[in-house]
Design a protein around this ligand. Structure first.
Ligand SMILES: Cc1cc2nc3c(=O)[nH]c(=O)nc-3n(C[C@H](O)[C@H](O)[C@H](O)COP(=O)(O)O)c2cc1C
Length: 207
């Protein structure tokens, strides 16, 4: 059901949901729409260095639940996304940027400049490649969760899983790093109030 929340109330009402109604599905089309919106996230040089594995089948959910130390929400959720960062996205930046050049979003000269800059910065710097993969995937994951909330769905971010086992058992390929799992589905049980945040005065400084 489409909610009519304002963006602020959407942000203020999102909570991590630990229990989902396992009997209520989310369509493939809705999954695609969530990922399409998630990819509106910014990324350095528009690298789009992310991948999403939508875990939907009982078999794949069973495996992922095991690799997430038995956290049952992975099985209950209609879908759990393995949100991955891509470590070698710098290699094909010219092709990645070409559609933006074609629609006039960036000039071809800037695309060429970014491509050579990113190659220079990334090729001998695995730490930076990993940092950028985590930044991009995290920004995308947040949009995905807010988009789910906007669709009347609940979500939850999870880092409690074995990343190396996820890469090998889901055959992700070495160029992908699983950054977080995001569960999405219809919530079950009563909704808890949002957890309290530190006061802004404590976490913000002006300089
Ligand atoms: C990176 C990250 C990892 C998390 N890992 C888990 C997890 O493995 N299992 C879990 O139940 N919740 C997990 N959470 C949910 C947090 O506990 C939750 O976001 C936090 O307590 C704030 O609550 P809220 O999301 O309801 O506002 C994770 C959240 C984030 C952002």
């Amino acid at each position: 059901m489409k909610s009519q929340q304002t963006f602020q109330s959407l942000i203020e009402s999102r909570v991590t949901t630990g229990h989902f109604d396992a009997n209520r599905a989310v369509s493939h089309e809705a999954v695609r729409q969530l990922v399409r919106l998630a990819t509106k996230a910014p990324s350095a040089f528009n690298l789009q260095n992310w991948r999403f594995v939508a875990v939907r089948s009982s078999e794949a959910k069973e495996l992922l639940c095991e690799l997430a130390y038995g956290q049952a929400q992975v099985k209950e959720a209609a879908v759990t996304f393995i949100v991955c960062g891509q470590l070698d996205g710098y290699r094909d930046l010219p092709e990645t940027l070409q559609p933006s050049v074609e629609v006039g979003a960036i000039p071809a000269s800037l695309g060429a400049k970014w491509s050579s800059m990113v190659a220079e910065l990334h090729q001998d710097n695995p730490q930076l490649r990993r940092d950028e993969a985590f930044r991009s995937a995290s920004l995308a994951a947040m949009i995905l969760m807010l988009a789910a909330q906007d669709q009347g769905l609940a979500s939850g971010a999870m880092s409690g899983f074995d990343p190396e086992a996820v890469v090998s058992r889901f055959e992700l390929g070495e160029q992908f790093v699983p950054v977080m799992l995001v569960t999405v589905g219809h919530p079950a049980g009563s909704r808890r109030p949002q957890k309290v945040r530190k006061p802004v005065g404590e976490i913000l400084e002006f300089r």
